[in-house]
Write a protein that binds this ligand. Structure first.
Ligand code: NAD
Length: 253
């Protein structure tokens, strides 16, 4: 799939992995729509990209807001790339010292990470299926973001691991279903990436996590995620897959 001249919708694009992806794609001639919660960060991020880039304030769990964001991307150029990066990593043990993990916390994490991802995917796919396919029959690509927690979730991550495991689990059935439209669906499962989500941890903890990565012995860089999105876009044969991007780390309990 060619990137030049298409539009891309990137949720969570105001920060971290989504922002790095927006930056990389804009440099390839993609008209980028950054979708994120309302804040000046989103508008600033779109402003830095220049050109056709736009920020649309939307909560991924809200149908009307996501529909408006999809429509904005379609209005810019053919929408052929969707990157689901919006997510939260609220920790909490099942049986913590301060009581059980509140059901509301569990629900919120599932709501944003899983249901939000599906909401964007379904509304974007409905529009993408209507655009002209290219000469190879491709109508585009949807990239979801899971986590290594989908496979080796740690203590304190029941909600996060469940949400990311479900994103992984829905990837293949959705890819199989959308194949008839020439829309591919893949999921990236990052390990420990250097983004604001992780920056809440003390520096010592960050350094120690980096040294646990077999190679290279450091945290992942946001542009390494963005480069994988670009690779997925450019390789039509990659479909229905969840790819770990983690330097071969396997998280201890
Ligand atoms: P980040 O906190 O830097 O960015 C996440 C973005 O999502 C933020 O801009 C936030 O405002 C936005 N967001 C949150 N809830 C939203 C909602 N309801 N609607 C719209 N936007 C919303 O984090 P990041 O590290 O860039 O994470 C991106 C994705 O990668 C997340 O899904 C995260 O779970 C996943 N991930 C991150 C790591 C890591 O180590 N950083 C590892 C594995 C997976």
């Amino acid at each position: 799939m060619k990137l030049d001249g298409i539009s891309a919708l990137i949720t969570g694009g105001a920060s971290g992995l989504g922002n790095a992806t927006a930056t990389r794609l804009a440099a390839q001639g993609v008209s980028v729509v950054i979708v994120d919660l309302p804040s000046s960060q989103g508008a600033d991020a779109a402003g830095r990209l220049g050109g056709n880039a736009r920020f649309i304030a939307a909560d991924v769990t809200n149908e009307d807001q996501v529909q408006a964001a999809v429509d904005a991307a379609v209005a810019l150029a053919p929408l052929k790339l969707v990157v689901n990066c919006a997510g939260v990593a609220t920790p909490g043990k099942v049986l913590g010292r301060d009581g059980t993990l509140p059901l509301a916390t569990f629900t919120t994490v599932i709501q944003i990470n899983l249901i939000g991802t599906f909401n964007v995917l379904r509304l974007a796919a409905a529009k993408m299926s209507q655009i002209e396919p290219d000469e190879n029959g491709s109508r585009g690509l949807i990239v979801n973001t899971a986590s290594v927690a989908a496979f080796d979730g740690q203590i304190g991550q029941p909600a996060y691991a469940a949400s990311k495991g479900a994103v992984h689990a829905m990837t293949l059935p959705v890819a199989r279903e959308l194949a008839r439209f020439g829309i591919r669906v893949n999921t990236i499962a990052p390990g420990i990436m250097e983004t604001p989500m992780l920056m809440g941890l003390p520096q010592e903890a960050q350094d120690s996590l980096g040294t646990q990565v077999p190679f290279p012995s450091r945290l992942g860089r946001p542009d390494e995620y963005a480069a994988l999105v670009q690779h997925l876009a450019e390789n039509d044969y990659l479909n229905g897959e969840t790819i770990r991007l983690d330097g071969a780390i396997r998280m201890a309990p």
